[in-house]
Write a protein that binds this ligand. Structure first.
Ligand code: TYM
Length: 340
């Protein structure tokens, strides 16, 4: 079998469930912007079908989808350069998702740690969609033959599953059709932690609002949350190794590095020896300087939702133009009769 070389193509998605956090921005969107500027084709999706794996109030879902679109654009995603759309408008995702439900094995799905975390003790009462979610995620990626997927650390296992699904499909049908996608998990902020507990991920579902910075927080709120962030009593070390057993300190330095486009060692070369009483105001100033323009622009864009819908619609057309022929070819490979 000759190996097909796939043209590089980037895909990633974010759920429009609740607002955007600093974790989403640093772990995902900011890096999406960098990839957009490399000249590789970039496709970014608001995964509304994923969001409804847990209950979403319809009006809130619609608002969160548009607000997420505004967040992408305000952060630097150019809807002409990148393809920007919401998942439900390109039905090929769900169609390929069904095929992948029939490729993925129960044993693989049972190992997904995110399902276990999210379902908790309640596994009997959660939706079937929450369990099969990763096969739809594999379809999101592979319906575009995407080769690279920028994500935060927490999505790594799902990308590994995507690779397993592509490999099994190719083997079962004796084809070299789907690429084996590379996760791109890079930079200082691939796992931004809670401001209240350095052992937990910063998340929009954390009941404590003080645990996270929301992209819609105003300057005072951002500064206050950073001032109150949990830390330890020691001064900052002058090298990254000194942060090994200090999760809260490491988190704040990582956030600083990611916001400032510096390495952790560069930050510590400047800030090593400082107490948190001095470092936190530096971080707060930086965070406000970087995030305020984004939240202001998001609010401005949200005043014209018709324009947002137009952008999403145009993105969906461009996305579908890539997805439809790949789905048709998949159906041919699987043996679905083309009756019309
Ligand atoms: P979601 O919506 O939970 O998060 C979107 C992106 O933000 C990253 N992220 C973080 N990165 C660093 N630190 C954090 N605290 C943090 N919190 C979130 C996530 O890693 C992710 O990159 N299953 C995905 C959505 C999805 C998807 C896809 C992603 C659906 N289909 C296809 C890539 C490709 C999710 O729930 O992300």
């Amino acid at each position: 079998m000759t190996e097909v070389v796939h043209t590089p193509r980037v895909f990633s998605g974010i759920q429009p469930s609740g607002g955007l956090t600093l974790g989403n921005y640093l772990g995902a969107i900011k890096r999406f912007v960098t990839m957009q500027e490399t000249g590789i084709e970039t496709i970014y999706c608001m995964v509304d079908l994923h969001a409804i794996t847990v209950w979403q109030d319809p009006a809130n879902l619609a608002r969160a989808t548009r607000e997420l679109c505004a967040g992408f654009i305000a952060s630097g995603i150019d809807p002409e350069k990148s393809i920007l759309f919401n998942q439900s408008q390109v039905p090929e995702h769900a169609q390929l998702g069904w095929i992948f439900n029939c490729v993925a094995r129960m044993g693989w799905m049972n190992r997904m740690t995110q399902f276990k975390d999210k379902a908790g003790k309640n596994a009997e009462a959660v939706s079937v969609g929450l369990f099969s979610y990763p096969t739809l995620m594999a379809a999101d990626i592979l319906i575009y033959h995407s080769t690279h997927v920028p994500v935060g650390e927490d999505q790594k296992q799902h990308i590994e599953l995507t690779r397993d699904i592509a490999t099994k499909f190719n083997n079962d049908y004796g084809v070299d059709f789907f690429p084996i996608t590379e996760p791109v998990i890079e930079g200082a902020a691939t796992r931004v932690m809670s401001l209240r507990d350095g052992s937990r991920k910063m998340s929009k579902s954390d009941p404590s609002d003080a645990s996270r910075i929301n992209m819609t927080d105003d300057a005072d709120t951002i500064a206050k949350k950073i001032r109150k962030a949990k830390t330890d009593p020691d001064a900052l070390p002058s090298e990254a190794a000194g942060l090994a057993d200090r999760p809260e300190a490491r988190n704040l330095v990582n956030i600083y590095a990611a916001l400032a486009d510096m390495t952790v060692d560069q930050v510590l070369a400047e800030a090593g020896g400082k107490q948190f009483g001095a470092f936190k105001p530096m971080l707060a100033d930086l965070a406000v300087a970087k995030l305020s323009p984004i939240s202001t622009e998001m609010a401005r864009l949200m005043q014209d939702t018709a324009e947002i819908d137009r952008i999403l619609g145009r993105g969906a057309d461009r996305a579908q133009a890539i997805a439809a022929p790949i789905l048709a070819k998949t159906y041919d490979i699987v043996g679905m009769v083309r009756s019309r």
